[in-house]
Design a protein around this ligand. Structure first.
Ligand code: KIV
Length: 293
């Protein structure tokens, strides 16, 4: 199987050969800041291996999240809680290798798994170093409040950080399920406070998952140094992220309501990813009222 084959029947689509000159500049933190400031939507997608990261890159995906969702979509776990740092290191390396094979330009975010940053700032630094040395450009961690101190510690040591608020899957047991967060004045105010603390701590990006569209749009307007990336959070965020298996319609479980199956109208995976990139850039995905928010 050769993902860079020019076989038009390839389910991946055609990739540029590894020897082709790079036509895009590598995505960098300044470039992401520029996009945030200018209002150009940032497109993020999860990928967990070399082939899919290369295809996503060729499709124009700017930021690839090696999410701990791999526990559910690759390992068959019932939640992300069982994912280990070693597993995240392995998949981060695979993703980065795939990008190198095709001179990819995407920005790679490695997800710090449950238990790998909870003990102390020093433990978080050691865990982040493992993912950065595997080739990640940035690490992501979940939660507000106590995590601000951890974020500041990492950022001060030159590690770009993406925060994650709203539905934080690593705490699904404490949250009582995969449900909308930040509903109501009190919960909304708390989520906003955490978001501002994380921005002040230096988080450059922030995933907002399953948050009312109005709340995420308001927050997006308030945060000037931190780009919000929504998933099930309406269209008012600075960018969007989806789990790859969801947008390709190959999720083993029930697809969340906010997901669109981009494979339905596409002939191959790359074209499905291209359609996703286009829809996010032009603002036709997501729709705001999917949860009646
Ligand atoms: O692990 C993951 O894929 C994520 C996304 C759902 C944002 O955190």
């Amino acid at each position: 199987m050769n993902p860079s084959s020019s076989n038009p029947a390839s389910p991946y689509g055609t990739l540029p050969p590894a020897s082709a000159p790079a036509t895009r500049r590598p995505v960098s933190l300044p470039r992401l800041r520029e996009m945030h400031q200018s209002g150009e939507k940032i497109v993020m997608l999860t990928a967990y291996d070399a082939t899919f990261s290369a295809v996503a890159d060729a499709a124009g995906v700017e930021t690839i999240l090696v999410g701990d969702s791999l526990g559910m979509v690759c390992q068959g776990l019932s939640s992300t809680v069982g994912v280990t740092l070693e597993t995240m290191r392995y998949h981060t390396e695979c993703v980065v290798r795939g990008l190198h094979r095709v001179q990819g330009t995407a920005w790679v975010i490695g997800d710090l798994p449950f238990g790998s940053y909870h003990e102390s700032r020093e433990q978080a630094l050691r865990s982040a170093a493992v993912l950065m040395q595997a080739g990640a450009h940035m690490v992501k961690l979940e939660g507000g409040g106590w995590t601000a101190e951890v974020v500041r510690f990492l950022v001060d040591r030159g590690i770009p950080v993406c925060a994650h608020l709203g539905l934080t899957p690593q705490t699904v047991h404490a949250l009582g399920g995969y449900r909308v967060q930040g509903r109501g004045d009190e919960a909304g105010t708390l989520l906003k406070r955490h978001a501002h603390e994380l921005e002040d701590a230096g988080a450059a990006m922030m995933v907002l998952e399953m948050v009312p569209a109005r709340l995420s749009a308001e927050l997006t307007g308030e945060l000037t140094r931190c780009a919000t990336i929504g998933i099930g959070a309406g269209k008012g965020t600075a960018g969007q992220v989806l789990v790859m298996h969801d947008m390709l319609g190959i999720n083993l479980g029930k697809n969340p309501k906010f997901v669109r199956n981009f494979m339905e109208d596409a002939g191959n995976v790359r074209d499905a990813m291209r359609a996703y990139v286009r829809a996010v850039k032009e603002g036709s995905f997501p729709v705001d009222d999917v949860h009646g928010w």
